[in-house]
Design a protein around this ligand. Structure first.
Ligand code: GCB
Length: 605
């Protein structure tokens, strides 16, 4: 049967064209369009959006986005979907958490909502901002395709200027979470593939000329006495921006040429640290536009095998954490974040690894306020199509979006460019370039990657090491690797010239009746692995921190044995985010010792 839809260019094409999606993959919504948001007023577009899962991509084939509202009785053709009525879902949300029949759904889903504007001023620009959409998000306004964004965990902006009409407008977003070879991550991950508009969506207006990017930092020259501001504007080539930091008596003009400007100033701010997380109110103005932020100043560097904060060596007492919740999936609330930091504090942490993708932007804001150091990461995870230039472009864009989003956060000390990737030539080139990009966009932080042990040689040996500042090492002695003696052998055989942090180690431990009394998956077994790991690691002088795997149990499709039931149980706290396991207390005790200066790592250097 042929379709009669006038909405498709021609009815046959809608059925027979297998390149129907090609025009919608421009990836034109990327870091270049990201706008600095601090202090801007925006209108929330959270709440109910009409929603439909679309396994066969019928919406793109039939061009659902070009439909206009029409009463059912007035329609002249049978619509296969009506974006303007019917089922709604709340935004932000992950569809997997809303209905059982959507739990494992992977494909496209359509979100639609009205956007009402009164008068539209010619003197203003209008934008949408999506906090994150997993994974590909195609955006339409009143039937027009405005671009798509790749990457499930970073924000993007869509310019609406000149396209809005007074009164009612319709936004549609087609969000697709299909796992494909070219994406970042690829097809196989040890976390749940949550799809949807799962972070906040908003719209905002700016003057014609706007402050697009604002990076403020303590110049990392060891003097702790110079602050640098870098600014980028949009809508004009030149102008004068004004930087104000009242508590430091700074009010300074930044001349803009070719849309960019920078200034370096003498200043002696109090230094930010986990013990003294002091933040300064800063603002930046350019003609009509004004943004603000709360910024901490501190210097992080590596010296030999040391990590040095504000001139003092540091041990990173950390824990890894996923963005995952038994009820809300990847949707993160401030309550959830505050609970996470409270648990980390109880554990004695000064550091968190936000694995394995950019977490909600509020996480780093709170870490700034509460005094935690952060490792932030992009999902260059396990197998990636390292030889594919399109995949590189996607990974680099995710990195750039993360850095532009968070580089005013004093808490963030490490940009990580990947996790457990095979040591091939293509991977080396790919990740080396990512590390260079991180340094180019932000010369004030350390780079890292979570590397694997070379089991053949029992050594820390990864060709990427010389291109990053900190070697992250994932090792699972006591769990995937049985012989703990090998961990000591790695200690003896390795001679890294830069700091090593144990970016992961751990074991599953299932709490309560569901877990076994002894052996693998028991709480006791997990606790014993922690005891033995701590005993081995405290001997390694070049280990300058650790972030064991992981704070909370988390949902994952690939773990299906009778103890796992769709969860990774390596949490020190169960998925209820309440029940602490025995291993929690063992790690807490070690961190207390380290903090008191009696448990620092030791004899092998
Ligand atoms: C790893 C991965 C992490 C997994 C963990 C595990 O090495 O980096 O994503 O969840 O091991 O539990 O196996």
């Amino acid at each position: 049967m042929l379709e009669r839809s006038q909405l498709a260019d021609n009815a046959l094409q809608a059925l027979h064209d297998e390149d129907y999606d090609v025009p919608f993959n421009t990836q034109s919504l990327n870091h270049e369009g990201l706008i600095f948001m601090g202090g801007r007023t925006s209108k929330s577009l959270d709440g109910d959006w009409t929603f439909c899962v679309d396994l066969l991509d019928t919406g793109l084939r039939q061009k659902w986005f070009s439909m206009v509202p029409e009463l059912p009785e007035n329609r002249t053709e049978p619509w296969d979907y009506d974006p303007f009525m019917g089922e709604t879902v709340p935004v932000p949300s992950n569809w997997a958490m809303l209905k059982e029949k959507w739990y494992f759904f992977e494909g496209s889903a359509w979100y639609t909502r009205a956007l009402d504007f009164g008068e539209i001023s010619d003197a203003k620009r209008q934008f949408l901002r999506f906090g994150a959409a997993g994974y590909d998000c195609k955006v339409f306004l009143n039937g027009e395709f405005l671009g798509n964004h790749y990457g499930a965990s970073t924000p993007f902006c869509v310019e609406l200027t000149g396209k809005l009409r007074p009164g009612r407008n319709w936004i549609m977003a087609c969000v697709n979470n299909t796992r494909t070879r070219d994406r970042v991550p690829m097809r196989n991950t040890d976390w749940f593939n949550y799809g949807g508009l799962y972070r906040e969506v908003s719209c905002f207006e700016t003057p014609k000329t706007l402050l697009k990017d604002f990076f403020l930092f303590l110049v990392p020259d060891g003097s702790f006495s110079r602050i640098c501001a870098e600014v980028e504007i949009s809508g004009a080539q030149s102008g004068d921006a004004v930087l104000t930091i009242p508590e430091l008596d700074i009010e300074e003009k930044i001349p803009i040429r070719d849309s960019k400007g920078s200034v370096t100033l003498s200043a002696r701010p109090q230094l930010w640290s986990p013990e003294n997380p002091v933040l300064y109110d800063v603002s930046l103005a350019l003609d009509e536009d004004r943004v603000s932020d709360r910024v901490g100043f501190r210097q992080i560097e590596r010296r030999g095998t040391d990590i040095v904060l504000n001139g003092e060596t540091l041990f990173l007492r950390g824990i890894s954490v996923h963005e995952d919740d038994a009820n809300s999936g990847k949707v993160t609330s401030e309550t959830d974040l505050r609970r996470r930091f409270a648990h980390a504090k109880e554990l004695g942490c000064n550091y968190l690894r936000l694995a394995h993708y950019p977490h909600h932007e509020k996480a780093a804001e709170l870490a700034d306020e509460l005094g935690f150091l952060l490792w932030e990461e992009i999902p260059v995870y396990w197998a990636i199509d390292f030889a594919n230039p399109g995949t590189y472009r996607d990974a680099e864009n995710q990195l750039a979006e993360l850095i532009k989003r968070d580089r005013n956060r004093a808490s963030v000390i490490i940009w990580s460019v990947g996790n457990e990737n095979p040591d091939t030539d293509a991977r080396l080139d790919f990740m080396k370039r990512l590390a260079e990009t991180a340094r180019r966009l932000d010369p004030t932080r350390l780079t890292s990657a979570a590397c694997l042990v070379n089991h053949a040689n029992n050594r820390i040996e990864d060709r990427l090491s010389e291109h990053i500042d900190v070697i992250g090492l994932n090792e699972y002695y006591g769990w995937y690797e049985t012989d703990f003696d090998d961990l000591a052998a790695i200690g003896r055989n390795s001679d890294p010239d830069r700091p090593v942090v144990i970016s992961e180690t751990g074991a599953d431990g299932v709490v309560g009746e569901k877990g076994p009394d002894k052996g693998l998956f028991s709480e006791d077994y997990q606790a014993e692995v922690y005891r033995r790991q701590i005993a081995a690691l405290r001997e390694l002088a070049y280990v300058k921190g650790m972030s064991p795997w992981i704070l909370y149990d988390f949902r994952v499709e690939r773990r299906q044995n009778i103890f796992q039931n769709g969860y990774n149980h390596k949490g020190l706290i169960a998925a209820d985010k309440k029940t602490k396991k025995k291993a929690f207390h063992i790690l807490a005790e070690f961190y207390r010792e380290i903090e008191a200066g009696t448990g620092t790592t030791g004899s092998v250097s």
